[in-house]
Design a protein around this ligand. Structure first.
Ligand code: ZN
Length: 285
């Protein structure tokens, strides 16, 4: 397996980002309202393909001394290009039964898929699975509204059934939380709605150092440079853009490091405001 873990300290909390896999999707799905010419030039300048986006899935392990916390679980075995999270954890000396807390930023299959094993059982048998109350209600409600103007018709129509299957398997370990709750000392969830109704960010703060995991509030570094560019997977685009702006303004003002699940590995870096608007992404810790 190629290298796919990177460890660093946020104060006294040991953080390790772990590559679960990736997916590839047509570029317009990630940038439905971007000017195609500007977008093509921006991708070219980054030496990236123009027609499709290769989007990594990166989870985060937090070891506080008392707690072993996993933030997002990757896509599991839903595709041949994902599902490495358990192997990555084992390479870090962490067995599934050692994980006591799993925080799910939201319930999309690329984040919750690895929470359940191939036999339909919780992949982390001793963990409480933390998800926002709103997110649980949305996916288990009568009929989640998945009409999404940013994506071609029919994309994601299997998603509700997949999410419900995962949530059902996790039901005895699920803990529905509200934003601002401290999940463990130094680890707090924040409301970050728009991508999904109950989408959460995770703030890690220890000994004066802060790391903000923004989940899917931005799914490509170009969403920072062009904060008006929507992500087609956002269920409520205006709300998602407002959330993105709020999180990044806070991260820049408070000099937090930022982690974003779909950014190029190691998916962690700094943001700085650009004079012309938006933020510039500098990868690394
Ligand atoms: Zn995602």
């Amino acid at each position: 397996m190629p290298e796919g873990s990177h460890r660093f300290q946020a104060g006294s909390i040991t953080c390790t980002v772990l590559a679960d896999g990736y997916c590839s999707c047509p570029t317009p799905w990630f940038f439905p309202n971007a000017d195609p010419g500007v977008l093509a030039r921006a991708l070219e300048a980054r030496r990236q393909p123009i027609e499709s986006i290769l989007s990594p899935f990166t989870c985060m392990l937090l070891q506080t001394g008392r707690h072993v916390i996993l933030v997002d679980t990757g896509a599991g075995e839903s595709s041949v290009t994902s599902g490495a999270i358990v192997a990555r954890l084992e390479m870090e000396g962490v067995r599934p039964k050692d994980v006591d807390t799993v925080i799910l930023t939201h319930a999309h299959p690329d984040h919750i898929g690895g929470a359940v094993d191939s036999r339909g059982r919780p992949a982390f048998p001793n963990a409480r699975y933390v998800l926002s109350e709103l997110e649980c209600e949305y996916w288990t409600g009568a009929q989640p509204d998945l009409r999404n103007p940013g994506l071609p018709e029919g994309i994601g129509k299997e998603t509700p059934a997949m999410v419900r299957h995962s949530l059902d398997a996790l039901r005895f370990q699920l803990e529905a939380v509200t934003p601002e709750m401290e999940i463990a000392p130094g680890v707090r969830v924040l409301a970050a709605p728009g991508h999904t109704p109950g989408h959460l960010a995770v703030l890690i703060a220890s000994d004066g150092q802060k790391l903000l995991n923004i989940g899917d509030a931005a799914v490509h570094p170009l969403h920072l440079e062009h904060p008006e560019w929507e992500n087609g997977f956002d269920l409520d685009a205006p709300r998602a853009l407002a959330t993105r702006r709020e999180l990044l303004e806070r991260a820049a003002a408070e000099q937090m490091r930022v982690m974003a699940f779909h950014f190029p590995f190691p998916s962690v870096g700094r943001v700085a405001a650009r004079p012309e608007g938006g933020w510039v992404w500098s990868p690394g810790w």
